[in-house]
Write a protein that binds this ligand. Sequence first.
Ligand SMILES: Nc1ncnc2c1ncn2[C@@H]1O[C@H](COP(=O)(O)OP(=O)(O)OP(=O)(O)O)[C@@H](O)[C@H]1O
Length: 641
Amino acid sequence: MIKIRGITKIYNPEKQKPLTALKDINLEFGAGEFVCILGKSGSGKSTLLNIIAGLDKPTAGSVFIDNEDMASFSDLKLADCRKDKIGFVFQDFQLMEHLTVLENVELGLSMNAVDSKEKRRRAKSILTNIGLYEHLNHKPSELSGGQKQRVSIARALVKNPDIIIADEPTGALDSKTSIEMLNILKDIADSGKLVIVVTHDYEVKDYSTRIVELKDGQVIKDEIKQKFVQNNEKSIVQKRSFDIKAAFRLSWKRLVERKWRYLLVSVSLIIGICSLAIAFGISNGIKSYSEYANKRIIDNKKLTFIKKDALTSEDYFALKKNKKIRLLQDEYVLNAKHELDNKEEITFKVKSIIQKEYQKDYTTPEIFHGRLPEDNKKEIALSYNIAMKLADNGNIENLIGKKIEAKFLAVDDLNNYPSRWDKQSLNIVGITQKTLIGEDYAYLPYETQKTIVRRSRFLGKNEDIPTNKMSVYLKDKGNIEEIYNSYVKSYDITRPEDVLKGLTKVFKNFNLIILGAALLILFISALMIGIILFISVLERQREIGLLISIGGTKKDIKKIFVTEGLLLGTLASTAGVILSIVMFLVINPMAMKYMNYPIYNPNIFTLVIALTVGIVVSLASSIIPAVKASKLSPIELLRRN
Ligand SMILES: Nc1ncnc2c1ncn2[C@@H]1O[C@H](COP(=O)(O)OP(=O)(O)OP(=O)(O)O)[C@@H](O)[C@H]1O
């Protein structure tokens, strides 16, 4: 079954002090043998065992397993060898504390393509045979040392290997339990398996069929008490399968076990993903707002001209001559205040609307309830927000038809003309829908507003109102650029697209800050996940060693840590996305209050992107620890305490 030919192992051959741990070892073991490898500390027992198990390579010589030279094996084939042919029993049991006895034994089949029901059946059957049926659902911490070692033996046997390698199996047990254990191992050998036990314990001799004693790396005794029968039968090779499900299960158990630590790390990822989802949602909101504003609020045939000084009649005449301009209208803004019944005062700004005859060709504020004020009448349309402040219990519809007593003050950006508050009683005829972000206006008919401006500024009925700002309405929107270019030298001109640019710039900057913060938090989360997974690699060294001993490959080890990162990332990112949805209920009411538009507009697309970013970040940060784990030396990992 195993032939050892001329094995020599030199540690650190290139260094100044090379150490020869094994010297020209020649041995042959067969089925049904219970081999006891004895020797003092440092004699080379573990080195020999590691070479037999394919965990270490000899400096010279070969190990043949079922007549195949292990030196010719690829890493995968060596792992397959451990998966199918060798079962390990450790001095310190190497049991997973967070798994039950049954689950620990099932772990022995993790690399084999056996369905979960069959795994359970086999594990139960072995545990019953070994006398642990009563303890299937206990955790290792609830067992005695002897019981733990039996679980470790059951785990080694569950895949029905040809060879059982036991490294100091009685080292941690009292003498009575040791005898129990040796009897079990003897029974295993009697059943036709090769059992190799490495020990300091000379009592093991009595149970073994063969004693190999090492001293300074050489065989000083090879006593065969009972001849073995050469068995050329090869063990059944089982299909390899460490499916992602098994990796997830292990990682999930780990996450549950260390929940507080992982929760703490998740907080930054949750906040990062939530901010990212919000940034994406706001960006989407800005886009839909631009579309809405372009269609419903901004007049795409209107320009605003501002002159440094007051506009003169020459300005009007020159512009009126231009055939492409249909209408010129000077623009004013009034400040208004109104006292509520409870003596509280509300303030708002007032603009004018274009005269009726032009309304079908140009944009007017969108009406929510009622209608627009009619030319020359003492009528007013209030914005939704102003109406909400005036209405009882939010019944803004009831305001229509009522009167509002308000005081108006003409805003004069140009000169500091003396102005006064002019009191007016106006009929509320309409409530307008959303207006531009940051602008919350009430609307008066053009002439009515002019009358109020004159009165506020002490001007006569027909006197001109000095202003430097006017609206220029074009016949055709295709002429915007031409008009702009013709007059840009004399006026400061705002085109339709400029209105939105100015407004959205603030939001875009604000959004960039959120995005920047989100990316920074995500970067920190990535570092934290990386660190936590590094700690996890350190803490799971025994688990890694165990998985290698049952046939796990480097790829399988990587899978465990990548799935740990993936699981953590998916859970935290989902929580972040859910939080961002909850934030919808906070951000938009605030946005409505301050800017009159629900600027946060998440959709399935923005949420999925945020979720994906979170998963990718945690996956990326798990790669380095995963690679590090896969590079750990199995010998170091399995080295007994
Ligand atoms: N990785 C290593 N690098 C250098 N020297 C090593 C290494 N592993 C073992 N040795 C040395 O090789 C010799 C044999 O060690 P090995 O662990 O095989 O002995 P052992 O008989 O199993 O001892 P023990 O019973 O104390 O475990 C010792 O002198 C040890 O110091």
